[in-house]
Design a binder for this molecule. Structure first.
Ligand code: FES
Length: 277
């Protein structure tokens, strides 16, 4: 049994944005049913602003594939195409409170579908890593994809590559070639120039940052309008708050919560979810 977070279970049991948009402005299809995972992402994009106004997905895959795809649609709705392209597979996993390492390929599939959909919207060719020399025939994984995913996620072992791409997870005959690719990749000038993987933020640092943002950015604005807010608890990525003064019972409460969430995601961590007690 996989050790899924509550968030993964929730998005799996109650996925958001399932289905297919009629007359979409962008379509991204990745994976194949033969390989065990497939995802189709359809987007509606406002041509004037470049904003993604709707996103839906259909997937063939496990609980984490469904949860990752659903979270992806939530993360990109309302963003411009350029902003959406900055959503990484790690953002998807972080939003879910983490994925078992063996399931990280589900978050990678989401990121690939997004790239494919935006390439489709822009009239560009499929992302290069989808084509090219196939290294792992069991899962149809190309050399370009292994290099790209390894670089983006700082993968240094075959096991890591298997977790993030599935390559090497079948008959194993491609393992020596993956080892050669990794060796070559991490001794290349391209890899030497890569910034070091950022150290994950400690819980203490995260809590302190959330408190700072609430005290310095949020509360003064609410107090200026006669309202206020109190931080009640922080549980994982959930920030639980309670309204005070004129904010209590305010019909705009949901919008206020959304605004606070946006701010905390921008300044602290992209996976934060704000809830009212
Ligand atoms: S060819 Fe890669 S696992 Fe079989």
């Amino acid at each position: 049994m996989w050790d899924y977070t509550e968030k993964v279970k929730d998005f799996f049991l109650h996925p958001k944005n399932t289905g297919e948009i009629q007359n979409p402005d962008a379509v991204g299809e990745v994976g194949s049913i033969i390989c065990g995972d497939a995802l189709k992402l359809t987007l509606k994009i406002d041509k004037t602003t470049g904003r993604i106004t709707d996103a839906k997905f259909q997937t063939f895959g496990c609980a984490s594939a469904i949860a990752s795809s659903s979270v992806l649609t939530e993360l990109i709705k309302g963003k411009t195409v350029d902003e959406a392209l900055r959503v990484t597979n790690q953002d998807i996993a972080d939003f879910l409170g983490g994925l078992p390492k063996e399931k990280m390929h589900c978050s990678v599939m989401g990121r690939e579908a997004l790239e494919a959909a935006i390439a489709n919207y822009r009239g560009e060719k499929k992302p290069v890593e989808v084509e090219g020399k196939v290294i792992c025939k069991c899962f149809e994984v190309t050399e370009e994809k292994i290099r790209k995913v390894a670089l983006e996620n700082h993968l240094t072992t075959v096991e890591d590559v298997t977790n993030f791409t599935k390559a090497g997870g079948g008959c194993g005959s491609c393992v020596p070639e993956i080892e050669t690719i990794l060796k070559d990749l991490w001794s290349s000038p391209q890899a030497q120039e890569m910034p070091q993987a950022p150290k994950p933020m400690t819980n203490l640092r995260k809590i302190a940052l959330i408190q700072d943002v609430l005290e310095q950015e949020i509360r003064p604005r609410l107090q200026a309008d006669g309202g206020d807010i109190e931080l009640k608890d922080i549980v994982g990525n959930r920030v639980i708050v309670s309204f005070r003064a004129l904010c209590v019972g305010c019909p705009m409460g949901d919008i206020t919560i959304q605004g606070i969430q946006e701010k905390l995601r921008e300044l602290v961590s992209s996976d934060i979810v704000v809830e009212e007690e």
